[in-house]
Design a protein around this ligand. Structure first.
Ligand code: SF4
Length: 65
């Protein structure tokens, strides 16, 4: 099953935690808000850690096995 990573732009404060953990799956855009570049670059465990590391709980992961 494909993994879907959703980031709530209204909630993200641009801390960058998820960027460092997600192996390039998530980057900060020109507005300093996290955006999904390619969810397949990271493992599901890395994406889970990225979501847990978010101080504002902006990241939702769907499609986990
Ligand atoms: S960890 Fe959360 S608040 Fe920080 S950049 Fe990522 S989505 Fe935004």
């Amino acid at each position: 099953m494909a993994i879907t990573v959703d980031i709530d732009r209204e909630v993200c404060i641009g801390s960058g935690n998820c960027v460092h953990i997600s192996e390039g799956s998530i980057e900060l855009d020109d507005d300093g808000v996290a955006t999904v570049v390619d969810a397949e670059r990271a493992t599901i465990d890395q994406l889970r850690r990225a979501a847990r590391s978010c101080p504002t709980a902006a990241i939702t992961i769907d499609g986990e096995q």
